[in-house]
Design a protein around this ligand. Structure first.
Ligand SMILES: [Zn+2]
Length: 314
């Protein structure tokens, strides 16, 4: 019944409206789309169709927010509010959606209690697809986020070497040999370092790679793929046990890569999931000390001024 109502609302919107409205409607009816296979496309909770329109603004916001010590807010949550009112900035929505106590995404029902948002239709009837529970955050960061620039987000539609595609992971750019770390207490499943030169190879796929298995409980195991690693930097071998925060290798640009970066990909049973949503950012509390202002970095890609209060994880 509820789904039917949403569908008719969406179809009306799709008939004669802007791209923005269509994107909003896609967000609203994702569960319906999954049932109806409306576009025959691979649409998941984290996939915002036509996200290229928002990619620059979102990446810029991510880089400002995550380097500023905030946790992670997925694009679909930002658009949930932005498409109600385009006068809101991405960064403003981002901050409003983070619980500063533990740097986690707020339950949407909590965000909707803010006077700014409660007037919106999306808050009068909250979309059941939006997160309304405390999420588990089993991972520590795969890199020191103060050292990287996010150059591509999960499910981003982009063109690489002239070929369009949807990105199945996160790309975190940093200098060659910047350490990449284990996100969990887990086991190294595969170490493939076939490339001895740190150069692009368009037929080279992920280049040098490490596969890490992160068992969470008896029903859930994440597989984490670290790709494009620098030749000769692997500190682990297949079968090794590692602890969260252990250095695994260094960032490089081997394989199908346009520059030094970590391709950070997470899978469950072979399905790609949003690896950023699993990271616990709660120990980045110092930036919220009185007097600290993470600020807004309009350039987004300019070097971050590291804050000495940032603790590094063990
Ligand atoms: Zn990538």
């Amino acid at each position: 019944m509820k789904n039917k109502k949403k569908k008719s609302k969406v179809l009306k919107v799709v008939m004669g409206s802007s791209v923005g409205m269509i994107v909003m409607s896609l967000i609203i009816i994702i569960p319906v789309l999954m049932v109806l296979d409306f576009f025959g496309a691979n649409i998941t909770d984290n996939y915002v169709e036509n996200n290229m329109d928002y990619a620059d603004m979102y990446r810029e916001t991510l880089n400002s927010a995550i380097k500023g010590g905030y946790g992670y807010v997925p694009l679909n949550r930002i658009l949930y509010f932005y498409l109600e009112d385009e006068k809101l900035t991405f960064l403003e929505i981002y901050k409003d959606n983070i619980d500063l106590e533990d740097n986690r995404l707020k339950e949407i029902s909590e965000v909707c209690t803010l006077p700014k948002y409660k007037i919106y239709d999306g808050c009068k009837e909250i979309d059941e697809d939006q997160i309304d529970e405390i999420q588990n955050k089993p991972f520590s960061p795969p890199v020191d986020f103060s050292k990287v620039t996010i150059t591509s987000f999960f499910m981003e539609e982009r063109i690489v070497f002239g070929t369009p595609g949807v990105h199945s992971a996160w790309d975190l750019a940093a200098g060659n040999k910047t350490p990449v770390k284990s996100v969990c207490d887990g086991t190294i499943k595969k170490v493939s370092f076939k490339y001895s030169e740190n150069v692009t190879d368009k037929n080279g796929g992920g280049g040098n790679q490490i596969y890490l298995e992160c068992p969470i409980d008896e029903d859930l195991t994440y597989t984490v793929i670290y790709a494009h690693l620098y030749p000769g930097t692997s500190k682990v071998k297949e079968g090794d046990s590692v602890k969260a925060g252990d250095e695994l290798a260094g960032i490089g640009t081997t394989g199908y890569s346009t520059g030094p970066h970590l391709h950070y990909q997470v899978q469950v049973n072979g399905e790609n999931v949003d690896g950023m949503s699993l990271i616990d950012f709660s120990d980045k509390k110092p930036p919220f000390n009185p007097g600290y202002n993470p600020g807004y970095n309009p350039g987004g890609l300019t070097p971050y001024n590291p804050n000495p209060n940032f603790p590094t994880r063990p």
